[in-house]
Design a protein around this ligand. Structure first.
Ligand SMILES: CC(C)(COP(=O)(O)OP(=O)(O)OC[C@H]1O[C@@H](n2cnc3c(N)ncnc32)[C@H](O)[C@@H]1OP(=O)(O)O)[C@@H](O)C(=O)NCCC(=O)NCCS
Length: 139
């Protein structure tokens, strides 16, 4: 994979929303995305020249558990190894920053058609189900 620039912790809220819109439709509000970027442990973004083509981020506590979120490769750049590269970058960040001699629980949620992608990268499933709620904030 040549010709791409990989950036660490530079992903902006505007870039996040732009990429989100290429695959998932209406993005979140910019203010909540800014707050999210500020509280993210590690952000990876990939550029083709000036154009952002992919992003992924890691949230968590670093010591015990980390959670992979918002892995997106712009549709016309998919299937070129960029998704794999970003996951490897996130995992490398945990390897370098976790407590030596321990293991960190790295998890994520994936739609069924993306599970083979994550399996190829070393993830497997357990029996836990994802529970969710959309909670109104800012009251
Ligand atoms: C899922 C996604 C991140 C994969 O990124 P990508 O750059 O296309 O994937 P890569 O080219 O790095 O693929 C790495 C390997 O996984 C395989 N793979 C990728 N997507 C796959 C899928 N949906 N099913 C099966 N295998 C897949 C590739 O064939 C490749 O295999 P290889 O190493 O044996 O050649 C990308 O398709 C995407 O952004 N999709 C839309 C957003 C999304 O759904 N994100 C995931 C949220 S959980």
């Amino acid at each position: 994979m040549t010709g791409f620039t990989i950036k660490h912790n530079e992903l902006t809220a505007a870039e996040f929303c732009e990429l989100w819109g290429t695959v998932w439709g209406e993005p979140p509000k910019i203010a909540q995305t800014e707050l999210a970027m500020a509280h993210t442990l590690f952000r990876v973004s990939v550029f083709d020249g000036e154009k952002i083509v992919a992003m992924a981020r890691m949230i968590g506590d670093m010591g015990l558990c980390c959670y992979i979120k918002d892995v997106i490769v712009r549709p016309e750049y998919q299937s070129r190894g960029i998704g794999r590269l970003m996951i490897e970058e996130l995992l490398s960040f945990v390897r370098k920053n976790g407590v030596q001699g321990t293991e960190v629980f790295v998890e994520l949620a994936a739609m069924p058609d993306k599970i083979p992608f994550y399996r190829k990268l070393g993830f497997d499933e357990n029996d836990a189900h994802r529970l969710k709620m959309m909670l109104p904030a800012g009251e």
